[in-house]
Design a protein. Structure first.
Lengths: 703, 151
């Protein structure tokens, strides 16, 4: 848990006399309720965005680095004179920074310093410096001798690297960010990024009121909103689901492995010209099913024989040849001619087949080569896209900068493909990077499968060639027999015997491979079974979670109805335990309604805003892992009424051990009949800290 | 009546059509290949052409290292005029006249941009290719251009 003590903005301007002549603002925040009130455009949003920025949360405002901030902090601002009619004085910002003093449960106080605009290259806006000191001390005694450390915000690893800012901040808050499954990470896991958690804490004034956690940046975390709730409420589910995920992934990998093994059978079939029967296509944990797998050989058109029979006939053949007296060529001539013709026919058939096979193989090979070169192109494109994005995010070149001709102020295009007449709509750099990444994935996956097929085909190819060679040798010896002296011994018989012997050897190899594969399958089946048992076991540890959710639900409903929610009856509203809208409020027509509906659709606009108030507050009061701070910018949205707004302040003022910061306009119409009346809101309100902005002047002044 | 509405979907376009990408390369070309931090349009075009493929690069690299004295037919780079205007309005480059021809000179601001790009180690591949080409004197380029060969 942590709270904000002080916020200070320091600006050095072109009109500053000396380096210590500063402009800016400073505000003190207390535990409990803080209200920042003032008329429109006095700088509430500036203060608000400074808090986001100092905590490295500007992504929730929809931008990186200083782009999230108002131009008053980085370009120029005006200070009006006391007299209304007087012209204001313009100041150009030379450099500016924000200092935020925060304190954690252990009473450790630190100051976060982040530059908005800097003239010094060593000070980057993407870094935050932590000073182990109070703001008062820094102001009084200066920075000398104070321990400090630099952390980075906008780079890879900002959540888990020791020098990453969010890693530091979560440690400071005493929170341990869990690992969650993340589709956009190579290893499939990432920490639950702190920026996503803060979207449940800081409600920004425009987008923030449109949905629960509406400003959450996208990082590819699976079911990110659910994970945030699980984390804040400290539910077991978050660890369970990660474990479940791992188990499910393992399960899938087992299934894939199974498929690969099954393929290996087909491959053996082709290689040995056998048929392997009873191969279970789908994974089975029945061992007897696996034992059933057997090898058959066809010896005629229809006739098939078992492996043992086949091998024994081959062995018999060898014996027969051995037992026969060696025939001379003459005695064997008729047989030789027949055999010669038969072998020749077979030879040309195989040769034909091989030729066709080879041409197919070469098509595959050239395709693979093509894909390889495509992959190289895509990879270099992705790299360049990332490089260019970095150029913009580090502000080396300002993407939205001076693209107008200084003389005629015409727009200078940065898009080299469209012309004045033809405009080609293009993906942005980020969109295109994502697009290219998915392209890369497609190419990679087709490459892997293609390479597998090629490897298989190459094996088969060499087997075919080998068969062809054997035939060649046999034909050669047969033809030799045909032209040699009639009295000589027939060579072909000997060659034939040798070949059959080799065939028997091969058959034994086949048998071994099949047995080995069967054992592999049994192994897989055992692993699969154990994995399934573990998945089943996880379901039992959910009772504790249910207690937490139940107390969260009742807190939420009580707060919600105290705000004057009237779109539905109390019994119709509940926190959903299952998908869809898991952990979020839903509307049910009756108690056992199996089709819960989104609370947003079933509430009026103002009632939905009340929902966000209640939901955010109860997450804080019930959540064991909640950082202990919430911030509402303009909660008086969508014609909520003044009474509700007052009730919000009353509810918040009763929470004294956390910090609530509310920014509100005053004298603005909240609906047709009411304007926001600060006096009415504060009347009889409990303990609170009011920061009242000036009615006439903006927030930035001489310090 | 049926009302047909065409909804253009954004396309994925190669980064080679991004003005800023080419601007970065342009700055590098002027700095590394041009003599005196300035380059003629001819030089800019031919270096961009050489970056299109390995074969092209080899030809120009050979010319730069004086392994060959002629060039194969080469082409102008698309969109250079936009890239130049982008550079001018941002004041990364400026125009100067050297012996009656227009040349592009890199400004201090442009050099700073390149420096920070190097610091972040961005576009390493392209930049190292450009810098390893080295400075190509105008006279060598001109004489090579007079004798094109097919390979």
């Amino acid at each position: 848990m942590f709270k904000i003590n002080n916020l200070k903005t320091i600006i050095l301007t072109d009109k500053s006399e000396g380096l210590s002549d500063h402009y800016g603002f400073q505000f003190q925040f207390n535990e409990g309720l803080n209200i920042i009130a003032g008329p429109n455009s006095r700088g509430k949003t500036t203060i608000n965005s400074c808090v986001f920025y100092a905590l490295g949360m500007e992504e929730l405002l929809g931008a990186h680095n200083d782009k999230a901030l108002d131009k008053a902090l980085k370009e120029e601002f005006t200070i009006k004179g006391d007299n209304e009619a007087q012209q204001g004085v313009n100041y150009k910002v030379l450099s500016s920074k924000i200092i935020l003093e925060i304190e954690n449960e252990k009473k450790e106080v630190v100051c976060l310093e982040r530059f908005v605009k800097t003239s010094d290259e060593t000070k980057k806006t993407s870094n935050i410096t932590i000073y182990n000191s109070t703001l008062e001390h820094l102001d009084g005694q200066g920075y000398e001798g104070i321990k400090h450390q630099l952390y980075f915000v906008n780079q890879r690893g900002n959540n888990d690297d020791v020098n990453g800012f969010y890693n530091w901040l979560s440690n400071f808050m005493g929170l341990n960010l869990p690992q969650v499954s993340n589709a956009s990470r190579v290893d499939n896991y990432s920490p639950l990024y702190l920026q996503t958690v803060f979207s449940a804490l800081f409600i920004e004034q425009t987008k923030g009121w449109s949905d629960f956690f509406a400003t959450m940046p996208f990082f590819g975390i699976t079911k990110a909103k659910e994970k945030i709730v699980e984390f804040l409420l400290d539910l077991n589910e978050i660890h369970l689901s990660t474990r479940k995920d791992i188990l499910n992934k393992f399960k899938n990998s087992l299934l894939e492995e199974w498929k690969r093994k099954i393929k290996a059978f087909q491959y053996l079939e082709k290689q040995y010209n056998a048929s392997i029967l009873f191969v279970p296509e789908e994974l089975t944990t029945e061992k007897s099913e696996i034992d059933k797998i057997s090898i058959l050989f066809s010896i005629g058109e229809e006739e098939k024989v078992s492996f043992d029979y086949y091998i024994s006939t081959k062995k018999q053949l060898v014996l027969d040849i051995e037992n026969q007296p060696l025939l001379s060529v003459k005695e064997n001539r008729e047989k030789t001619i027949l055999e010669f013709n038969k072998q020749k026919q077979e030879y040309s058939d195989i040769k034909d087949y091989i030729d066709r096979f080879e041409s197919k193989l070469s098509v595959d090979r050239s395709q693979s080569k093509n894909l390889d070169s495509q992959l190289v192109v895509i990879e270099s494109e992705i790299k360049d896209h990332l490089n260019l994005q970095k150029v913009f995010s580090e502000n080396i070149i300002n993407e939205n900068g001076a693209n107008h001709c200084p003389t005629c102020s015409q727009l200078v295009t940065t898009n080299l493909i469209s012309t004045k007449k033809i405009n080609i709509p293009q993906l942005t750099l980020e969109e295109n990077t994502n697009f290219l990444r998915s392209q890369k994935k497609i190419v990679e996956s087709s490459l892997t499968s293609l390479k597998e097929t090629i490897a298989e085909k190459e094996m088969l190819f060499s087997y075919f060639k080998n068969t062809l060679r054997q035939k060649e040798i046999l034909i050669k010896s047969l033809s030799k027999d045909l032209i040699s002296d009639d009295r000589a011994f027939a060579e072909s018989e000997i060659v034939k015997r040798l070949q059959i012997e080799r065939e028997i050897e091969n058959l034994n190899v086949l048998k071994e491979s099949v047995t080995e594969l069967k054992n592999d399958l049994k192994d897989l089946a055992t692993k699969y079974h154990n994995n399934d048992l573990e998945i089943g076991g996880l379901a039992n540890s959910e009772k504790k979670d249910e207690d937490i959710i139940a107390s969260f639900e009742s807190e939420y409903k009580n707060i919600l109805f105290s705000f004057g929610y009237e779109s539905n009856e109390k019994y119709q509203i509940s926190i959903n335990r299952k998908e869809p809208f898991k952990y979020f409020p839903v509307y049910k027509n009756y108690a056992n309604d199996t089709n819960p509906q989104s609370i947003r659709i079933n509430s009026s606009a103002s009632d939905f805003v009340r929902n966000i108030w209640a939901y955010t507050i109860s997450l804080m009061t019930v959540g064991a892992n909640h950082p202990g701070i919430i911030m509402f910018d303009e909660p008086g949205q969508h014609r909520t009424n003044l009474a509700s707004l007052k009730q919000l302040l009353v509810t918040c003022s009763k929470i004294t051990d956390r910090q609530i910061i509310i920014f509100t306009s005053i004298d603005k119409k909240i609906n047709e009949d009411e304007t926001i009346d600060l006096d009415f809101l504060l009347q009889g309100l409990g303990k609170h800290n009011l920061i009242r902005l000036s009615d006439s002047k903006k927030v930035i002044k001489k310090l | 009546m049926i009302n047909i509405q065409l909804d253009p979907k954004p396309l994925s376009i190669s980064i080679r059509y991004n003005g800023y990408y080419k601007l970065v390369l342009l700055l590098a070309i002027i700095k590394y290949c041009g003599i005196g931090q300035k380059a003629s349009l001819e030089l800019v075009h031919i270096v961009f052409w050489s970056l299109r493929s390995e074969t092209n690069y080899q030809v120009l690299d050979d010319l730069s290292k004086q392994v060959r004295k002629n060039l194969i037919p080469w082409t102008f780079e698309h969109g250079i005029e936009e890239v130049l205007s982008l550079g001018f309005v941002n004041a990364f480059i400026e125009r100067i006249i050297v012996t009656n021809t227009l040349e592009i000179k890199i400004t201090e601001k442009g050099i700073q941009i390149l420096k920070s790009i190097q610091e972040f180690q961005l576009f390493q591949e392209e930049l190292s290719k450009i810098s390893s080409l080295g400075k190509i004197p105008k006279s060598r380029l001109q004489s090579a251009n007079k004798s094109w060969s097919i390979i």
